[in-house]
Design a protein around this ligand. Structure first.
Ligand SMILES: [Zn+2]
Length: 141
């Protein structure tokens, strides 16, 4: 039992940069979604990155409106589960309005941005682009 929910602790969502020593911010709706993912796959998702503090976000040169910097985004993987399976489940999950497929890192980005800002993308060779029908076919999404 985590201190935040069944599977999660605050520190799972802390910034990974060396400067802020684990500053964190997390949207509780996102924790609920992660618990639903855990129930579906019968496995605890591994949070690869979550909150980015201001300094870290700046260092990554992300746009000001990064959902990570708002505590509304995580990159996750589940041991033994292909990222494509996580992606497909996430796409059917209400509340996930930002969804990125990172096949080379075998992970998925999910965020709880407002529905009117809904976006799906793919990261290949370090580049982000919109998820097209061709790409869906290529990766079985
Ligand atoms: Zn930081």
């Amino acid at each position: 039992m985590g201190n935040l929910s069944e599977n999660f602790n605050h520190k799972d969502f802390a910034c990974r940069c060396p400067e802020c020593r684990g500053e964190y911010r997390i949207h509780l709706g996102l924790v609920g979604i992660l618990e639903a993912i855990a129930v579906h796959f019968q496995k605890r998702p591994k949070i690869i990155s979550a909150f980015y503090c201001e300094a870290f976000n700046e260092k990554l040169k992300r746009e000001k409106l990064s959902w990570h910097a708002k505590g509304k985004a995580v990159n996750l993987a589940i041991e033994g589960i292909p990222a494509a399976e996580i992606f497909k489940f996430a796409e059917k999950t209400e509340g996930i309005n930002g969804l990125g497929f990172y096949p080379e890192e075998n992970m998925v980005h999910i965020d709880t941005r407002p529905i009117e800002k809904k976006e799906l993308w793919i990261k290949e060779r370090g580049k982000y682009s919109p998820l097209t029908t061709d790409k869906r076919h290529q990766y079985g999404l």
